[in-house]
Ligand binder design. Structure first.
Ligand code: 26W
Length: 835
């Protein structure tokens, strides 16, 4: 056993014994002053807002740390099973408000600060979003951590501490510009670096086979170039329950070896450059939410996360159990957030066999009982494959293990379906061909004890199509876990006005038992309650309008219908269909067809992957249409469109509270679940949507009368594809013809003629995968029903209340309880009390 020079071997009595910190506003603000004045060394003349924020964050972090330790002591004492959520993305957003809310110090602290002449909202605005994710998958991981802590489950997140998160989006001349997001520049008060727990991760090199004293054959990985993994821990507080769980993020650092080797060989600069290459691994988040195939650095990131996290878990295991792994599978579960961390499968095998001397069968038994896989997409371009050659160069030992897993698996397939060579080829983890590829999803399905989709429809489609062969072989592995979002951030924190009304009406139990919102339903028929509900929505819309005016220079009138679509820009999500509707409304205004008009303000926001040309063109169209409408006085008081730059978690906190209509209009069968749809519903927005992803379950819960449905079903999409004739649809639809003609004629691109032609072509292409023209008429009609309903304030408000009341299912607490019941089986563990 090595001794770690960074760790003092004996406990030092009393070194960390301190009296409990006060949770009253005075104690917190006193600490805040000490951090500001002494730790950060500022004074009353030197009031950089960021230091004010940092001081408050550090004061709150102290309170979190007390509870953090007591949570970990409780877990250690019980020695219970734990789950590790492995994810390349954790889209945490801001932490300050969430910490105050969950510690129950928000109101008091806000007041005490005001007495100092400081405004909490302004301080909170200093915090950079932790944008360590692309979209739904990363934000889901963040909501799950909140729910696990709130439910007091021993779950830890493992991820990467990217130096640069999701790029910042600027709009210039109607086009997206990407700027680096150096979110750590001014420091991150929420993280604690733990260099004493640094681990080594190997790359390259080769396998060496040797026999031990007993004649047993073993493998070691030699001649590798290594990188150090340094952990940074972030506290994850539960809601007012004393529990604080951990998110551990790894940063890559160079080994010390370069000092000895290259430096002594005289190539000092090359040595320092090599140090740089090591640190590049965690430099930047890949900003692509669908395809990132073949990028070696991305594979390095994935293996780096998997290896560091598993070594960390195994180190803690052997510290308690030594080399005895008989209980390991009963005490540990690794949940893979999509295939991105699937290197964990062969890496766990390698560590158990090569480092801990287990046999293949012992290691395989542990692996297939501890790994579980969640799929988040059906889009073929998003399914990860790695070229065997690259994989073998970078991770030679892992490739050997994957080949062995595959050989044994194909034998199993052959036994089940004798002679069915085509099936063996179809199901092989390694896709043969000129350039053989590893199919990471198949590896995850073969090794995993559970495979789940993220909404009922999505899970069904996985069994029917993508994993059909595997479903026949392993029917019991497959299950559904419909997504959810945390009601702490997405209602209690982001919509304090509505939260207060709800609590006045039904008590505050809903915050941790969201089904209780159902008790609001009877109040939907109470005119006084409706009036309050409406007034709150109006105030939230004013807040949103302020943000839109600040960031887009466009004034939204709060009496209009606020119609919002915010999410990544992708063809399948059909922001284009939304724009076709907006242009249709504009066309009606220009024709004078404005009788019984419902004023409408449309907001679109989202980032396009930097290399996704069509998505960028859609942004350009959105901004161009917005400008034409803005500059045309004929639209005054009737129609506005704004494209909000840099859509991110903290923007959604304002947006979801102030939205009337939530656009969930993907081509049926393409959106795995959606989670923005749930945030909007909780905040009383009505949904216009297709029968896709979780929309189906949202409509089931809200009732068909309280949902604006349109479009083909997933089945219809597939059955109509072969005979799809968009030109015939366009010719038969005068409105659609006019809309496309306006675009083609250059009405929105006077100075860049022809730039939107590819968009028009895409709509009239018979192979358009998203079948936009097919759903146009049905969408326009649904929008007319929306407009008409909105004109009747009472019935709109009633539907709004009923939507919030029916949103209980979409709490991530429910989702996590489902994961725990069916997959993890963890006990609830109360934290030790802070004395
Ligand atoms: C290869 C890189 C990569 C990165 C991200 C491939 C695929 C992805 C995912 C498709 C990203 C994602 O965010 N998926 C979304 O996951 C959400 C949470 O389950 C769902 O609600 C969304 O429907 C799904 O698109």
């Amino acid at each position: 056993m090595h001794t770690n020079p960074l760790i003092i071997s004996k406990p030092v009595a009393g070194i960390a014994d301190l009296p409990a910190l006060g949770m009253d506003a005075t104690s917190i603000v006193n600490d805040f002053r000490r951090y500001f004045s002494h730790t950060l060394g500022r004074d009353k003349m030197c009031l950089a807002a960021y230091h004010v924020y940092t001081s408050l964050a550090l004061s709150l972090r102290d309170r979190l740390v007390e509870r953090w330790k007591n949570t970990q002591y409780a877990y250690e004492e019980l020695n219970c099973k734990r789950t590790y959520y492995l994810s390349l993305e954790f889209l945490m957003g801001r932490t300050l408000g969430n910490a105050m809310l969950n510690l129950d110090v928000d109101t008091a602290t806000s007041e005490a600060l005001r007495n100092l002449g400081l405004v909490l909202e302004e301080i909170a605005d200093q915090e950079n979003d932790a944008g360590l994710g692309n979209g739904g998958l990363g934000r889901l991981a963040a909501c799950f951590l909140d729910s696990c802590a709130t439910l007091q489950l021993p779950v830890m997140g493992y991820g990467i501490r990217y130096e640069y998160g999701m790029f910042r989006q600027k709009i210039e001349n109607c086009a997206q510009l990407e700027e680096p997001d150096h979110w750590l520049r001014d420091g991150n008060p929420w993280e604690i670096e733990r260099p004493e727990h640094t681990l080594r991760v190997q790359f390259g090199g080769r396998s060496e086979y040797f026999h031990d004293g007993d004649g047993r054959l073993h493998v070691r990985w030699v001649d590798s170039s290594d990188v150090m993994a340094v952990p940074y821990d972030i506290p994850i507080p539960g809601y007012r329950n004393g529990t604080v769980n951990t998110l551990r993020l790894w940063k890559a650092a160079a080994t010390d070896e370069f000092n000895l080797n290259e430096f002594n060989a005289g190539s000092y600069t090359e040595a320092v450059a090599a140090k740089n290459a090591a640190e590049h691994i965690t430099m930047v988040l890949y900003p692509n939410d669908s395809s990132e195939n073949g990028k070696e650095l991305r594979l390095r990131q994935q293996y780096f996360l998997a290896s560091a996290s598993l070594q960390d878990v195994l180190r803690n295991w052997t510290a308690v159990h030594g080399g005895n792994f008989s209980q390991f599978a009963d005490k540990n579960c690794f949940q893979l957030n999509d295939t991105h961390p699937t290197c964990a499968v062969p890496e766990l095998m390698r560590l158990l066999m090569d480092e801990h001397r287990l046999t293949w069968d012992q290691a395989w038994n542990i692996t297939r009982h501890t790994v579980a896989y969640t799929n988040h997409t059906l889009l073929p371009e998003a399914l990860e494959r790695w070229p065997v050659r690259m994989f073998g160069r970078l991770l030679p030992r892992l490739l050997e293990i994957i080949r062995e897993i595959n050989a044994r698996f194909i034998t199993e397939v052959a036994l089940r379906w004798p002679g069915d060579i085509d099936r063996q080829r179809r199901m092989s983890i390694i896709e043969e061909g000129d350039d053989p590829q590893i199919r990471m999803a198949y590896l995850a399905v073969v090794a995993g004890c559970s495979v789940n989709g993220v909404a009922e429809l999505h899970s069904q489609l996985l069994q029917k199509h993508l994993f059909h062969d595997f479903f026949e072989l392993f029917p019991t592995k497959f299950n559904n876990k419909t997504n959810g979002v945390t009601p702490r951030r997405w209602l209690a924190w982001s919509n304090p006005r509505l939260a207060a009304l709800i609590t006045r009406t039904i008590g505050d139990g809903w915050i941790t038992a969201l089904d209780q919102l159902q008790r609001l339903a009877p109040h939907a028929d109470n005119p006084a309650f409706r009036a309050e509900w409406h007034a709150i929505k109006l105030a939230n819309k004013e807040d949103l309008a302020k943000m839109v005016e600040r960031d887009c220079g466009i004034r939204f009138a709060s009496g209009a219908l606020f119609d919002v679509q915010v999410k990544r820009i992708h063809e399948y999500k059909r922001q284009l269909l939304n724009l076709l509707h907006v242009i249709h409304l504009y066309d009606r205004i220009k024709r004078g067809d404005t009788a019984n008009w419902t004023p409408r303000c449309v907001l679109i926001g989202g980032k396009a992957a930097p290399g996704y040309q069509m998505a960028k063109r859609i942004i350009k169209l959105a901004c161009s249409v917005a400008r034409v409408i803005h500059e045309d006085p004929a639209t005054d008081g009737l129609l506005k469109l704004a494209f909000l730059p840099d859509y991110r978690v903290s923007a959604m906190e304002v947006i979801c509270a102030g939205t009337d209509l939530s656009e969930q209009i993907s081509t049926a069968g393409k959106e795995a679940s959606g989670t923005g749809n749930m945030k909007f519903m909780m905040n009383g927005a009505l949904t216009i949507g297709t029968l896709d992803g979780a929309n189906i379950e949202i409509r089931e819960e809200a009732g068909a009368d309280n949902f604006f449905l349109f479009g083909l079903t997933a089945e219809e999409v597939e059955s109509q594809r072969s005979s799809y004739d968009p030109d015939a649809i366009i010719a038969a639809d005068e409105d659609l013809t006019r809309v496309l003609r306006l675009i083609s004629a250059g009405h929105f691109s006077l100075f860049e003629p022809g730039i939107f032609e590819p968009i028009v072509q895409a709509v009239s292409n018979p192979y358009d995968p998203w079948m936009t023209a097919a759903d146009f008429r049905s969408y326009i009609e649904a929008q007319q029903r929306v407009a008409q309903t909105y004109r009747d304030r009472d019935s709109w408000t009633r539907m709004s209340i009923l939507n919030t009341a029916a949103s209980g299912k979409f709490s991530s607490d429910r989702t996590i309880l489902d994961y725990n019941r069916d997959i993890w089986r963890l006990p609830q563990v109360p934290a030790w009390p802070v004395k």
